[in-house]
Design a protein around this ligand. Structure first.
Ligand code: ARG
Length: 461
């Protein structure tokens, strides 16, 4: 049958091409349970406003429950003539309640305010789930940090050896952006919760004395929108979530890239667990970091979803335009992408084996202690400009001879500068260098242990 919600002024049905273009049930069906929840709340306010009798309300709620069960079991599905999930469910209700009662529910609401509300209800639930997955990833990073609390590694800038740091410090540096993503999800949720669009109607609000605040409360919102045009036409909160999800993808991709590098023969910093790596169909020796590569690749997809949505919204006049139907697929895709990616990524991180001896051996190489020499000189009262130059001269001598800083003899040091007494050797060790960086946020183990506790506290739900 023709389940169009707008047949009244039309002589014939829509062309098959229009029907084909217009249909969204293949992607908006996942909003069905939220649509029905909205219908229950709407039936209640219609009843409160005197537009449904007590008996009508009881029958209506029973019909909605029956339809809900049939949607859940798969007994009720979208038909080719259904334009979207909302029209399909209205058809389902008419079939169950008859057109007289079934046809009363649409009073005072529009698919425009429905979809704006249901979409954010769906997103709030999935944002919470993604938050849990993020907590698990932060937990895996924190566990690895705790397991390797005293282990040093080469710290890099420009991908060059810079200064030794603790592996745990480096791992926690990947955890903090994810902690901030958790904060972003919480901020976002509070903002979305404040403005339920239900009751905005098509754009101008309702004339039937319905209470949007009551609907909002029963749908888990803390308030309803103060502006019905904004309620139906804005999607900035949707784009904001698409941004947060893209940022999560970008944050994860930076760790992914490092794991890919660490897993190379040249770095040889990690071994991936067999369950979280793949082989090659032709090269028997291969063990590939596919999870990390997929994470890196999917970050591009998440950014694309955000860009696509922003492009849809740009310069869109108020109020609702059908363009807005294009808002859902990109954000659904971002949600689906992270819900599959994060558990795999967390498993990979949790099972990663670090080659701590090799990392420790490489930590001081590449003159990574040159800054420590300069800062030791400063502590002897030498101006930093001079100290920097003296330490640089040490590096130059070492480079010429193909040796490291600690290979210089007392005479070598004295020849470079009279300030360089044999005591300078006290800082020519990775342990000494790391322990000396004990200001807040520094890589000294006491500080890293503090921030580990801070990360755990911030990521606790
Ligand atoms: N399916 C539409 C959407 O996802 C909602 C329907 C509004 N349609 C309309 N003609 N006003 O945005």
């Amino acid at each position: 049958g023709d389940s169009r919600l707008w047949g009244g002024r039309f002589a014939g049905g829509p062309s098959p091409e229009l029907t084909e273009l217009s249909r969204s049930t293949h992607f908006d069906w996942r909003l069905a349970p939220y649509d029905l929840q909205g219908s229950r709340a709407h039936a209640q306010v219609l009843h409160t406003a005197g537009l449904l009798t007590d008996d009508d309300l009881v029958a209506m709620l029973a019909g909605i429950d029956a339809l809900d069960a049939d949607v859940a079991s798969g007994a009720f599905t979208a038909q080719p003539g259904d334009e979207d999930v909302h029209s399909a469910l209205e058809r389902g209700l008419m079939e169950r309640l008859g057109p007289d009662l079934g046809g009363r529910l649409r009073a005072g609401r529009s698919r425009n305010d429905q979809v704006a509300t249901l979409f954010t209800m769906y997103l709030r639930e999935h944002a919470a789930r993604i938050g849990e997955l993020l907590r698990a990833l932060v937990g895996a990073l924190a566990d690895q940090a705790e397991r390797h609390l005293g282990a040093p590694m080469p710290g890099r800038t420009h991908l060059q050896h810079a200064q030794p740091v603790l592996l745990s410090h480096h791992l926690l540096a990947h955890a903090w952006p994810l902690v901030r993503d958790l904060d972003r999800l919480a901020d976002w949720d509070a903002r979305v919760a404040g403005g339920s669009p239900y009751g905005s109607g098509a754009l101008a609000g309702s004339s039937l004395g319905l209470d949007p605040e009551k609907v909002a409360a029963s749908l888990g919102f803390t308030g309803s929108t103060p502006n019905s045009i904004d309620g139906t036409a804005s999607r900035d909160v949707v784009a904001e979530l698409a941004f947060v999800l893209a940022q999560v993808g970008v944050d994860v991709s930076r760790l992914a890239e490092e794991i890919i590098l660490w897993n190379t023969k040249e770095f040889d910093f990690v071994t991936l667990d067999d369950g979280y790596s793949t082989g090659s169909s032709i090269m028997p020796q291969k063990k590939n970091p596919d999870i990390a590569e997929l994470a890196r690749g999917k970050a591009g997809r998440l950014i694309g979803n955000l860009s696509g949505l922003l492009a849809t919204l740009k310069a869109l006049p108020l109020a609702y335009n059908r363009d807005l139907q294009e808002d859902k697929e990109p954000v659904f895709d971002s949600v689906d992408t992270l819900e599959v990616l994060l558990p795999a990524f967390t498993g990979m991180v949790r099972t990663l084996t670090f080659h701590t001896e090799r990392m420790a051996a490489l930590a001081p190489q590449g003159f990574a202690l040159a800054t420590d020499v300069a800062e030791w000189l400063v502590r002897q009262g030498v101006p930093f400009r001079v100290a920097h130059e003296v330490s640089g001269a040490c590096v130059q001598v070492c480079e010429q001879r193909g040796i490291e800083l600690w290979d210089l003899s007392d005479d070598d040091f004295a020849a470079i500068s009279p300030h360089l007494t044999p005591d300078v050797r006290s800082v020519l060790s990775v342990e000494g260098s790391i322990a000396s960086r004990d200001g807040r946020g520094g890589t000294a183990q006491v500080r890293v242990a503090e921030q580990l506790a801070e990360v755990r506290a911030r990521a606790a739900s």
